[in-house]
Ligand binder design. Structure first.
Ligand SMILES: Nc1ncnc2c1ncn2[C@@H]1O[C@H](COP(=O)(O)OP(=O)(O)OP(=O)(O)O)[C@@H](O)[C@H]1O
Ligand SMILES: [Mg+2]
Length: 307
């Protein structure tokens, strides 16, 4: 796999810290007791997280739990104010997303950075266009870009009828998939997905989850941010639940069941209190309300998704 590793922009030598082939047990990205304050607001504290190659690490949590803050630190948008952040075992502090990208950490944001009216293949290469010819007459290598985009999308199992169609005409799920394939092609080692299924229906969520699994199969470390324990459990190897800025649960797949994960997310006691409150409202039959464990309708499994 291509790696984006190169000497850091501040001149530090990272050559001898690059893990050897086969050093699968070393995390690519690690947070140790990390935290972040925005002035007086302590958005995140005491967070431990490890991201391994070929594994999906899910970060779950309710609104305001600190999920976005966590990925902003890892993707170089913000800096941590407590603890340590390491890449390949070396403490880092990124000033820009470019520095994170140079270490192979790519982020697919929900509001995807695409140009809706440009064709799919153009968006695939946006900002990193292929060119041909010597300098004074250098021009875009359109044929090669189209062929490569087509090949890379197929490699990930993404079949689009026409790469000439404006990317804005694709569904939200398809656009997410193109963004994932793009990150893989440009050599990402860690792929951060910020709630990729939040705005999607059942079927499209299944399709996106399929490509999350495909990225893992290609050996990437995936950080999958989601509200949805069902989506997380379909693809996750490790689960970290944030609550009010701290890590409430950190467990491997073997250590936690979907039911327990859902309970953690729903907050069993809070739900009981809500049920009691609703019982005071006329017309709500509390016995008809779901238990915490039943919350969140199961969705189609990834394999059921349309390919
Ligand atoms: N730039 C900022 N300045 C001040 N406070 C912030 C800032 N960004 C986030 N916060 C606060 O930090 C806490 C965590 O926010 P964060 O956006 O990380 O949560 P989240 O888990 O991503 O929530 P959501 O699911 O709604 O996206 C919140 O209380 C939020 O108000
Ligand atoms: Mg958020």
């Amino acid at each position: 796999m291509t790696s984006m590793n190169k000497a850091g922009t501040h001149g530090e030598i990272i050559q001898d810290t690059v893990p050897e082939e086969g050093a699968k047990d070393a995390p690519i990205v690690e947070l140790r007791n990390a935290g972040k304050s925005y002035g007086n607001i302590r958005a995140l504290h005491g967070v431990d997280l490890q991201v391994f190659p070929g594994q999906v690490t899910c970060v779950l949590g309710d609104n305001g739990a600190g999920k976005s803050t966590l990925i902003k630190i890892i993707s170089g948008l913000h800096q941590h104010t407590e603890g340590e952040f390491l890449v390949d075992g070396v403490p880092v502090r990124f000033s820009t997303p470019r520095e994170a990208l140079d270490k192979g950490i790519a982020t697919v944001y929900q509001d995807l950075a695409t140009v809706p009216l440009m064709p799919v293949w153009r968006n695939f290469f946006l900002g990193s266009e292929m060119t041909k010819g010597p300098w004074p007459v250098r021009r875009l290598d359109i044929d090669r870009m189209k062929k490569t985009a087509d090949h890379e999308l197929r490699e990930m199992g993404i079949i689009l009828d026409d790469l000439e169609q404006p990317i804005g005409t694709l569904s939200g799920g398809q656009r997410q998939c193109v963004a994932i394939a793009r990150a893989v092609y440009f050599g990402a080692r860690v792929l951060i997905l910020d709630e990729p299924t939040a705005a999607l229906g059942v079927k499209q969520s299944g399709v996106v989850l399929k490509y999350v699994a495909a990225a893992r199969e290609r050996g990437l470390g995936v950080i999958f941010i989601t509200h949805n324990p069902h989506h997380a459990y379909m693809v996750g190897d490790h689960f970290s639940v944030l609550r009010l800025g701290t890590m409430e649960l950190s467990a491997s797949r073997a250590e936690v069941s979907l039911e327990e994960l859902t309970n953690h997310m729903a907050g069993g006691t809070e739900l009981a209190a809500l049920k009691h409150e609703l019982s005071q409202v006329r017309g709500v039959d509390v016995d008809e309300l779901p238990e915490a464990k039943d919350l969140g309708a199961p969705v189609a499994t990834a394999s059921e998704g349309k390919s």
